[in-house]
Design a protein around this ligand. Structure first.
Ligand code: SAM
Length: 222
């Protein structure tokens, strides 16, 4: 598999199944699912899907099966919701001072809560994602981008968000270029730099104490 610049890279599903990654993936998955009230058996079920080699080469299907498994049964949706809200508040506090203009597009909006918290800054907000899992409290218009299709270039926005999206996208460079074309004033985006966090040996307990944090959010202005 080649990346956007033509370099050979290992597909994510192969990385997941490399034996040296097994412990870190098992522990972090158990930690996250435990935090939302999932039982030991449910954690084991999710791990067996993650390590199931029959998903080889089909990461979208693996993501969908995991997403459905994690969100559809057991545990407590309220705990999950409040965890997501805390995360959105942290991200919102990080981007607040960079928001500008009247119109906002949130590409890869996820639950949509970050834009919901930003709603007083804008008169016009549009949410985009490949999957619709908006939080029910988010009353903002949503546009579905079917998986594999290009970002629609039919209008432009003063401000655009690409928050923890590019590292999930199948064609990140194309998505960034398309979103930049639609940006009139400022694009705010970030990618999760897990390697940096691991290499700096960040204290996980300290991070938990401070709330779930993303990396700092850079922005590009025109
Ligand atoms: C980690 S979530 C981030 C959600 C939200 N931005 C936030 O920070 O709360 C990544 C999101 O990007 C979406 N996504 C990935 N590739 C995409 C694409 N090409 N176009 C639109 N959304 C995409 C996924 O469906 C997922 O909801």
């Amino acid at each position: 598999m080649k990346n956007q610049w033509g370099h050979d890279i290992t597909p994510i599903d192969e990385i997941i199944r490399q034996s040296e990654h097994r412990d870190i993936i098992s522990n972090s998955t158990a930690g996250m699912l435990g935090a939302i009230g999932r039982s030991f058996t449910e954690v084991q079920e999710v791990l067996s899907i993650l390590f199931d080699s029959s998903f080889s080469g089909n990461i979208q299907r693996l993501e969908k099966v995991l997403h459905d498994k994690i969100t559809s049964q057991g545990g407590s949706p309220e705990i999950m919701r409040s965890g997501m809200d805390e995360r959105a508040k942290v991200i919102h506090s990080e981007i607040q001072e960079y928001l500008l203009g009247d119109s906002l597009a949130d590409i890869g909006c996820g639950s949509g809560v970050v834009s919901w918290l930003s709603r007083d800054n804008f008169t016009d907000i549009l949410l985009y994602d490949e999957i619709n899992y908006l939080d029910p409290k988010v009353k903002l218009p949503f546009v579905n981008i079917p998986s594999g299709s290009s970002f629609p270039l039919d209008r432009s926005f003063d401000c655009t968000l690409l928050l923890t999206v590019l590292h999930h996208a199948e064609h990140p460079l194309k998505l960034l270029q398309d979103v930049w074309k639609c940006t009139k004033q400022r694009l705010i985006g970030n990618v999760l730099n897990l390697w940096k966090e691991v290499s700096e040996k960040q204290d996980i307990a300290e991070r938990k104490k401070n709330g779930i944090r993303t990396c700092s959010v850079p922005s590009l202005s025109k």
